[in-house]
Design a protein around this ligand. Structure first.
Ligand code: G3I
Ligand code: 9MR
Ligand code: ZN
Length: 509
C-alpha cells in the first residue's frame, strides 16, 4: 500500500485527483470498494526522479472520476489505501484540528474522554533568580511537553484569528478558544515594565507518560525577552479587532509592550538560563518580531509612530515561530487601508508575491505537489502548512489566485497521505495515520488524541533517538518514523496545528 500515495480521506467530485506511485507500470485502475468493479482506468504519467525521496515516481491523474463512492486505486495487483470521492470527504477534520486546542488547556479541570484530568500547573510560578511568585495559570500546553511559551503561542493565536477572519464560514467557538490563550498571555506581561516573560515551565521536561496534573515540580518564569514582548504586542493589537468588548484592555497591553520594546532596542536573544532545560524558542534577530508588532499596532490604532517605524525598516517575511514578518505584511495590506502609504503598499505586495513564487517554483516540479524542495527539517509539516497559508493570504494581490488555491489543496493532500511515506500526518484521520505521537497525554493513555498534526520528516536524523535509530541515511522526505520517542519528527504542537486549521477553514472544507 505504501507504493501508492494518495489522500487517504479522498477528494471532492470536482477537485483535481492525483496519486503518486513508485511502481513501474503504464496503466492504473480505480475500483469501487464495494464490489471491486472498475470505475476508472487511466494511463500513468512519465517516470520522474523525485530528489527529496530519492525515488522514481509516476503520477496517476483520475480527476475525471467524479462519481461519489469509496475506492482503491490499483497499479497491477497493488492497491492504495481506501479513499472517498464525496462532497465532504474531510468531514470532522476541521473540527478536530480546532478541537485539539481544548485538549491542550492548562490550569482547568479538563473533560475530554480518556484524556480528562484535574486542573494542572496551578501553583504560582517563581520569577527566575528571585523569590517573587506570580500567577500565570491557564493557556495551552505548547506541544507534547507541558511548557507554555509566549513566542510560539503568538503564532498559533495569529493563525487561528486569521483563519476566523478569512474563512467563508467561520467556526462559532473559535474566539472563545483563542481567548483562553490570550488571557494567559496577558498574565505573562510584567505590569510594571510592559515586558513579557519568555516562558513558564518546570526546570526539566518530565517523563513522557506523565499526565499534566502529575507534573508538580516548581514552575519557573523565564526572563522577559524582546521576541516574546513583540509577538505579544502584535497579537494583542490583532485581537483587538476581534474582541470589541475587550479592545481597550488589549490595546493598552500592546502599547505597554511596545513601550518596553522602544526602551530596550538591543535586548539580548533568549537562551535558557542556568538550570532550565525546557524548550528554548531563541532567535537570531528580533527585527521581524518588532516589524510585525509595528504593523499590527498601526493597523489597530493608526498611530503615526508605528508607521514611521515600519517606513524606516526593511520588509520582513515568514510565518514561522521565529520568522514572523509575513504576519506584518498581511496586517498592513489588509488593514492599514486608507492610512497606508502607496509606495510601501506596493513594495509589501511585491515582497509577498516574491515569497509566493519561491513556494510555487518547487511546488510545480514536485511529484507530490508540495513545495519543500529538500527543506525537510524539524517541524517540516508546519512549513507545509505555512506555505499553503502564505499562498491563500496572497490571493487578493495576484492574478494567480486559482493556482494558489489548488497548490494549497495539494499541500493538504500531502499531509493526508500523498507523501513519500504514505502516512496521514494528522492523528485519527485516514487509513494509515500517525498512531504514536510524542505527546504526553497520548502516551500516558495509550491512545493518540485525534486531530493533531505531527512534525513530519526531518532530514537531521541525529536530532532525536528514534529517528537516529530508524532513519539514519534515509533521503530527506522519508526521514519519518511513527514512534513516541521521535520528538523531532513525531511531536505535535499548537503552532503546527494552527496553519493546518487555517488551510481547512479558508479552503472551506
Ligand atoms: O534556521 C536554521 C537554519 O538557518 C539552519 O541552516 C538549520 C540547520 O540545522 O537550522 C535551522 O534551525 C532550526 C530551528 O528549529 C529553526 O527552524 C533547527 O535546525 C531545528 O533544530 C530547530 O528545531 C526547533 C526545536 O524546538 C529545537 O530547538 C523546532 O523548530 C521547534 O519547533 C522545537 O520546539 C519544541 C520546543 O522546544 C519544546 N516543545 C516542543 C517543541 C516541538 O518539538
Ligand atoms: O518531550 C520533550 C519534547 O517536548 C522536546 O521537543 C524535546 C526537545 O527539546 O525534548 C523532549 O524531552 C526529551 C529530552 O529532551 C531528553 N530526554 C527525553 C525527553 C523525552 O522524554
Ligand atoms: Zn498544565
Amino acid at each position: 500500500m505504501n507504493a501508492i500515495r494518495i489522500n487517504q480521506l479522498g477528494y471532492r467530485p470536482d477537485d483535481v485527483k492525483k496519486a503518486t506511485v513508485t511502481l513501474n507500470a503504464k496503466t492504473f485502475r480505480v475500483q469501487r470498494s464495494s464490489d471491486r468493479s472498475v470505475a476508472y482506468e487511466g494511463t500513468v504519467g512519465p517516470a520522474l526522479h523525485d530528489a527529496p525521496s530519492g525515488e522514481t515516481v509516476r503520477v496517476a491523474d483520475f480527476s475525471a472520476l467524479t462519481e461519489e463512492g469509496t475506492y482503491m486505486l490499483y497499479v497491477g495487483d497493488t492497491p492504495s489505501y481506501p479513499f472517498r470521492i464525496s462532497d465532504n470527504p474531510y468531514d470532522g477534520l476541521r473540527a478536530a484540528l480546532l478541537g485539539f486546542f481544548h485538549y491542550q488547556k492548562c490550569g482547568v479541570d479538563l473533560d475530554c474522554g480518556i484524556w480528562s484530568h484535574p486542573a494542572c500547573h496551578t501553583s504560582l510560578a517563581t520569577v527566575y533568580g528571585t523569590e517573587i511568585k506570580k500567577d500565570v495559570s491557564g493557556g495551552w500546553h505548547d506541544a507534547g511537553d507541558y511548557g507554555r511559551y509566549v513566542v510560539p503561542a503568538a503564532k498559533a493565536v495569529a493563525d487561528l484569528l486569521l483563519a476566523h477572519e478569512l474563512a467563508p464560514k467561520p467556526d462559532a467557538e473559535l474566539l472563545d478558544a483563542v481567548w483562553f490563550e490570550l488571557e494567559w498571555m496577558l498574565k505573562m506581561q510584567d505590569e510594571e515594565t510592559g515586558g513579557v516573560y519568555h516562558k513558564v515551565s518546570c526546570h526539566h521536561f518530565n517523563a513522557l507518560d506523565e499526565m499534566p496534573h502529575n507534573e508538580r515540580a516548581e514552575l519557573v518564569l523565564c526572563p522577559v525577552t524582546s521576541t516574546a514582548t513583540a509577538t505579544f504586542a502584535a497579537v494583542m493589537a490583532m485581537a483587538s479587532r476581534f474582541c470589541p468588548d475587550k479592545k481597550e484592555r488589549l490595546l493598552s497591553a500592546a502599547q505597554n509592550a511596545w513601550d518596553w520594546l522602544t526602551a530596550n532596542p538591543d535586548a539580548p536573544m533568549f537562551k535558557n538560563p542556568e538550570g532550565v532545560f525546557t524548550g528554548g524558542y531563541g532567535d537570531r534577530s528580533d527585527k521581524d518580531e518588532r516589524f510585525w508588532a509595528a504593523c499590527e499596532l498601526f493597523a489597530a490604532t493608526g498611530g503615526e509612530a508605528f508607521h514611521d517605524y515600519i517606513k524606516s525598516d526593511e520588509i520582513h517575511t515568514g510565518l514561522g515561530w521565529n520568522q514572523v514578518g509575513t504576519y506584518g505584511i498581511v496586517a498592513y495590506l489588509y488593514h492599514a487601508k486608507d492610512r497606508a502609504d502607496a509606495p510601501l503598499t506596493a513594495r509589501m505586495e511585491e515582497t509577498l508575491l516574491t515569497v509566493c513564487r519561491q513556494i510555487m517554483n518547487p511546488y510545480k516540479n514536485d511529484p507530490y505537489g508540495v513545495s519543500l524542495g529538500d527543506e525537510y527539517r524539524w517541524g517540516s509539516n508546519m512549513t507545509v502548512g505555512n506555505h499553503a497559508m502564505t499562498l491563500l493570504l496572497a490571493r487578493p494581490f495576484t492574478k494567480h489566485a486559482a493556482e494558489y488555491t489548488q497548490a494549497a489543496l495539494d499541500h493538504l493532500h500531502y499531509l493526508l497521505g500523498r507523501n513519500p511515506v504514505s502516512y496521514s500526518y494528522i492523528t485519527g484521520f485516514g487509513a494509515n495515520p500517525a498512531l504514536y505521537p510524542h505527546h504526553r497525554p497520548s502516551v500516558a493513555m495509550g491512545q493518540a488524541v485525534p486531530g493533531m498534526v505531527v512534525g513530519g520528516p526531518n532530514k537531521f536524523t541525529q536530532q532525536d533517538p528514534a529517528l537516529k535509530e530508524h532513519c539514519t541515511g534515509f533521503p530527506p522526505s522519508k526521514c519519518y518514523v511513527d514512534h513516541k520517542d521521535s520528538y523531532s519528527g513525531n511531536e505535535i504542537t499548537i503552532y503546527w496545528n494552527s496553519p493546518v486549521y487555517f488551510m481547512a477553514a479558508v479552503l472551506d472544507i
